[in-house]
Ligand binder design. Structure first.
Ligand code: UT7
Length: 341
């Protein structure tokens, strides 16, 4: 994994926000042919949060961003860039980041969405860090936010039991004072030959909206779940091993692994292939399901908020998703952050 050069990059604070409504496995049993036992055994998911009608990705992103800025101790005037990783933007354009920047009143900040499947979160963290390391920006608000519940076919048990809505955020900065962690290295990859494994095919250039695209259900998330499962199990262990090697860090020296919270079985099997105890993983997918580009931010924020990550510990964050993209980023904890009890 290439180490960052240039100016050091720090994480100053984290935040998250999920919608109020909780959808349980038992409720899903009444909606599609599934069982609580199947969902728990195959995924580890117990509940997920679902946005209220009219509650948009930008609303969740804004709330998570405000909390991250508060814990970071930065103001809107400090922000140089807002990056939002999302696969469920309010609209294709304008992007969510521009709306959030406007809601914040961050008048000296740029804004851009990063759309790279669930890995968008890691891409956005790496791009924000690269901009700071290069001297382009001093403070970047990086958000992952999704309202995938609007894009899911609630009759398709292959997808509807998996996903949840939510947003998480991180403030990256060149400012060392009071920092929570330092960004060390990152590696980003893609295998675009597998672009058909997860897609949302309807409504744009390839399949402009029509009665036929509605009939063919093209305006909903389509996923070949089992093929994704196999791809990740095959690609990720070697990639993570190589990444650590290139960063000069052994997998055994990573204190905490924050995986994309897609499936507990994926997390366990990838870690076992790396020879790492599954107990080294930070997991909260049982509460939130797969929140796509937000998931690693929710896991990071909750771990920070309860003081689970200690100074000196190394954290590897990794994700995978539509594209197929995958990537990782390594941080080293410096302070204890904002323990919130
Ligand atoms: O965030 C983007 C990245 N996406 C992912 O990481 C998803 C990766 N994939 C997975 O997590 C898993 O493949 C799933 C959880 C989606 C599915 O688990 P699986 O063990 O791969 O199951 P499967 O697709 O091989 O299906 C096994 C059986 C099938 O029935 P038959 O053909 O054996 O009779 C499915 O029809 O399970 C059936 N099935 C269900 N049964 C009850 C599929 N979905 C459900 C369901 N409830 N919700």
């Amino acid at each position: 994994m290439p180490l960052f050069s240039g100016r050091p990059v720090f994480v100053l604070g984290t935040g998250m926000h999920v919608p109020e409504k909780i959808l349980t496995n038992q409720e899903l049993e009444k909606m599609v042919e599934t069982t609580n036992e199947w969902i728990i055994e195959r995924t580890g998911i117990h509940t997920r949060h679902i946005a209220a009608p009219g509650e948009l990705t930008s609303d969740l992103a804004f709330a998570a961003g405000v909390q991250a800025m508060k814990t970071a101790g930065v103001t809107v005037d400090d922000l140089d860039m807002v990056l939002v990783a999302t696969n469920s933007p309010d609209t294709v354009f304008p992007g969510v980041a521009a709306k959030v920047q406007g809601m914040l009143g961050a008048n000296c900040s740029g804004a851009a969405d990063i759309q790279s499947g669930c890995t968008g979160c890691v891409y956005a963290l790496a791009m924000g860090s690269a901009g700071i390391a290069a001297g382009l920006w001093d403070n970047v608000l990086v958000i992952g936010a999704e309202v995938l519940s609007s894009l899911i076919d609630w009759q398709d048990r292959n997808t509807c039991v998996l996903f949840g809505d939510g947003a998480g955020a991180v403030v990256l900065s060149s400012n060392e004072a009071g920092n929570l962690a330092r960004i060390l290295a990152s590696d980003l990859r893609s295998d675009g030959t597998k672009h058909d494994l997860i897609c949302f095919p309807g409504g744009l250039v390839q399949n402009p909206a029509s009665e036929k695209t509605l009939e063919d259900n093209l305006h909903k998330v389509q996923m070949k779940g089992n093929e994704v499962f196999k791809f990740v199990n095959q690609a990720l262990p070697g990639f993570l091993h190589e990444s650590c090697e290139r960063a000069g860090i052994k997998a055994s020296e990573i204190d905490w692994w924050i995986f994309h919270q897609a499936n507990l079985r994926i997390i366990d099997s990838v870690l076992r292939r790396l020879g790492v105890e599954p107990a080294r993983a930070i997991v909260n997918l049982e509460k939130y399901g797969n929140t796509s580009a937000a998931s690693v931010f929710l896991a990071l924020h909750e771990a920070v908020a309860v003081g689970r990550l200690l100074p000196g510990q190394k954290i590897l964050i990794t994700s995978f998703g539509a594209g197929m993209t995958y990537g990782d980023i390594i941080l080293e904890m410096q302070g204890e952050g904002h323990v919130q009890g």
